[in-house]
Write a protein that binds this ligand. Structure first.
Ligand SMILES: Cc1cc2nc3c(=O)[nH]c(=O)nc-3n(C[C@H](O)[C@H](O)[C@H](O)COP(=O)(O)OP(=O)(O)OC[C@H]3O[C@@H](n4cnc5c(N)ncnc54)[C@H](O)[C@@H]3O)c2cc1C
Length: 409
């Protein structure tokens, strides 16, 4: 990889596991960030309308296609490459990063569960950005607890009739196709997923809803009123709707972690530059021990979290069975630390950081959603704690202990 004029504040050590071809992709993303996406990020984030220019650029450059199989024009990138791409984008522009993680969320169930014919029809267009999908899981009564879904699939001779409501759906205003997840009307424990086209009779999309950050990827609600869907548009088998959604969420969680780490890295770069340019009490701000300690906490936690994410991406690529727990850990760690790092970085830049013509104000607003979307931090803590208690029950005991139950120790 070519090195720019100045070395980066954070080194390139996480690139060593990539092939030369993969490193070239990262290099291209860096150029896009340096020349276009970074300089335009503030403008893109001024209003919450879909960031078509960024999306088309990322599609044209093959970055959107990293999520799709080669046989349909994608590059089926390893997660080890995807996290590096998303981190680069997140370092300058959350909108661009979320366009890539959102592609996984909205399209993964299509790649994993659509019939070959439907994939042939849709995936090439999803790769080039000519088509867009959205992922409809969350409902008024079911957010963190997706098993409370109220959307119902009624079986008919041709397929299904779907009735339900969805909320907070990213890309609803621009998507051509919607992945809708719900339950069988006669058996709420059977989860189904199906593809619904934007113009299906009985399907309506609500107005965009204003939000705190993540501008450029608007959200809306959906209403399905007895929408007819042919059986050929079902994704996966009956009963697989939940696992298809989980796979999309798993990849999107890894993406959230990468985006959050990218943003945290960007925030530290900005705060450290400010601390080196700005003087206070007769010396550079960054020469005060209190500032150095804040910086030390930030960079140490970021590098530790990047290592956890790299391990998680590797586990995904290897098909390891414990990857879901690691994705939860990586997302929990990276998104919580991003919120803290961005807050501290803004603090270090004083009044300048609080103003809208400085990137940290945007970073600060964007950081919050990573702690909520694709599973709130508290939900991931529950998942992790439960899984590690399950592991503890059958794990090797520490050799300092005597044999037997600790109840009678
Ligand atoms: C900008 C944006 C984009 C989104 N895009 C999409 C999309 O494209 N598709 C889609 O389907 N959804 C989308 N969502 C929905 C998102 O995934 C949910 O908001 C998220 O899963 C949390 O669900 P909820 O908002 O209903 O929160 P709730 O379930 O009401 O939870 C509220 C809070 O309670 C706490 N909590 C919940 N459960 C527990 C627990 N068991 N233990 C401890 N604390 C708990 C957490 O702090 C949580 O934040 C989007 C949301 C936003 C804001």
């Amino acid at each position: 990889m070519n090195h720019p004029r100045h070395p980066r504040l954070f080194g390139d050590h996480f690139l060593t596991s990539l092939t030369d071809e993969e490193q070239t992709v990262v290099q291209r993303v860096r150029e896009l960030c340096r020349d276009t996406l970074g300089p335009n990020a503030a403008e893109v984030a001024q209003q919450d309308v879909f960031a078509w220019e960024n999306f088309r650029l990322l599609a044209r450059e093959g970055i959107v296609g990293t999520a799709f199989p080669r046989r349909f024009g994608g590059t089926d990138a390893r997660q080890q490459l995807r996290v590096r791409i998303i981190e680069e984008l997140g370092r300058v522009c959350s909108t661009s990063a979320s366009l890539i993680t959102g592609t996984d969320l909205s399209s993964r169930a299509i790649v994993a569960g659509a019939s070959e014919a439907l994939q042939e029809q849709l995936v090439p267009g999803l790769c080039t950005g000519e088509l867009q999908a959205a992922f409809g899981l969350t409902e008024p009564e079911a957010g963190s607890d997706v098993r409370g879904l109220q959307t119902r699939f009624r079986r008919t001779s041709e397929g299904y009739r779907i009735t339900g409501r969805k909320k907070f759906i990213t890309r609803a205003s621009t998507a051509d196709w919607f992945v809708i997840v719900g339950c069988a009307e006669d058996d709420p424990s059977t989860f189904l997923a199906a593809l619904v086209p934007r113009d299906a009779p009985g399907f309506s999309i609500g107005p965009e809803v204003g939000k705190l950050g993540w501008y450029g990827v608007p959200i809306s609600s959906l209403t399905l009123n007895d929408v007819a869907v042919p059986a050929s548009h079902r994704l996966g088998a009956e009963g697989e709707g939940f696992s298809l959604a989980q796979d999309a969420l798993l990849r999107a969680r890894i993406g959230h972690a990468a985006m959050a780490l990218g943003r945290a890295i960007g925030a530290v770069e900005i705060a450290a530059a400010y601390a080196s340019d700005r003087s206070s009490f007769g010396k550079a701000l960054g020469e005060h021990q209190g500032v150095q300690w804040m910086l030390a906490d930030m960079v140490t936690s970021i590098e530790a979290s990047r290592a956890l994410l790299a391990l998680t991406a590797q586990k995904y690529d290897n098909g390891d069975t414990d990857v879901a727990t690691y994705a939860s850990m990586a997302k929990l760690q990276a998104t919580d630390l991003c919120m803290k790092v961005v807050t501290d970085a803004l603090q270090l830049t004083g009044g300048r950081g609080y103003l809208q013509d400085f990137p940290l104000e945007r970073f600060f607003r964007d950081a919050k959603l990573n702690q909520i979307g694709e599973g709130a931090s508290e939900v991931h803590k529950t998942v992790i704690g439960r899984d590690w208690m399950r592991r503890a029950r059958s794990a090797e005991r520490n050799p300092c202990l005597r044999e037997g139950s600790l109840v009678d120790y």
